[in-house]
Design a binder for this molecule. Structure first.
Ligand SMILES: [Zn+2]
Length: 280
């Protein structure tokens, strides 16, 4: 699943369609097999002739703004992504769902193999901010200055106290944009064992963790995300953040710092990787 940094890389890569005039937004024939797209074409027709003014990211959501008040909210889901189509006869990826056609190339295609992606039209920007997962979203982990005081307040909530930090970090109400990869990597950078209960973390450790999250997510954007499950940016670039992962996906490999074997455990049905020697 693309995490905050990958979604940010998609947003950056889609900058080339900002300012372009839309010919039409087309829901593909394939998309009509699914309830969430079925018979929705007329709703998308209202954007024909309009211009994309801005593409924003909030957590793992993309928000398309136009030269009209309606906005489109898009979530990549488990496997969704965008591709910029630079040629007329370009071979399309499988599972094409939504095509934004412009007066001039490139066009932008949303494809989504596992079909967990979302497209929703809202009457205006304020309405999208009221969408429950956005309204309840925590700190954006990719803010330029990570609000450490707010992080300390949020992590101190009662319902986190007796839970393991490795599963709490996936709660988008704490920090938005962290998924499975950057959860493990942030804990490794902060030298914190993922099985620790939140209530046992000292103030110093909590501060260290906040800074580690921010550093990890920013670094991932710098490297254009992690290319697992064939993630590519819409302009075809592969991410290389996986090359500096310390623990994620490295079960039984030796820790770079101490040569202890990296462990994999399961927390809330999701895997967590860590070094039992470096992370206490
Ligand atoms: Zn180690």
């Amino acid at each position: 699943m693309p995490e905050g940094p990958e979604v940010e890389c998609v947003r950056i890569s889609l900058k080339s369609i900002v300012g372009k005039k839309i010919q039409g937004i087309h829901l593909t024939e394939l998309s009509q097999k699914y309830k969430k797209y079925k018979n929705k074409q007329t709703q998308f027709d209202q954007f024909s002739g309009h211009q994309i003014k801005k593409i924003e990211r909030i957590g793992k959501f993309l928000i398309f703004k136009f030269d009209k008040k309606e906005v489109i909210l898009n979530h990549l889901g488990m496997s969704g992504n965008w591709l910029l189509l630079k040629k007329k006869d370009q071979i399309l990826p499988s599972h094409p769902k939504v095509l934004i056609e412009f007066k001039t190339l490139p066009n932008a295609l949303f494809y989504d193999m596992r079909n967990f992606g979302q497209f929703k039209i809202y009457e205006d920007y304020n309405a999208v901010l009221q969408h429950k997962p956005i309204r309840k979203m925590g700190i954006d982990g990719l803010l330029v200055t990570f609000p450490i005081a707010e992080f300390l307040l949020r992590i101190d909530k009662k319902n986190y106290a007796n839970r393991e930090i490795g599963s709490v970090l996936l709660d988008q109400k704490l920090v938005a944009g962290i998924g499975n990869i950057y959860k493990s990597e942030s804990l490794a950078l902060a030298n914190i064992n993922p099985t620790r209960l939140v209530k046992t973390l000292t103030n110093k450790e909590r501060c260290k963790l906040g800074h580690a999250i921010s550093k990890t997510l920013h670094k991932a954007v710098e490297y254009m995300g992690s290319t697992f499950n064939s993630f590519r940016t819409p302009d075809g670039r592969e991410g290389s953040a996986q090359n500096w992962h310390q623990v994620y996906g490295k079960k039984d490999k030796k820790c770079n710092d101490c040569e202890t074997e990296i462990r994999r455990i399961v927390q809330d049905k999701r895997s967590t990787f860590y070094c039992p020697n470096c992370q206490l």
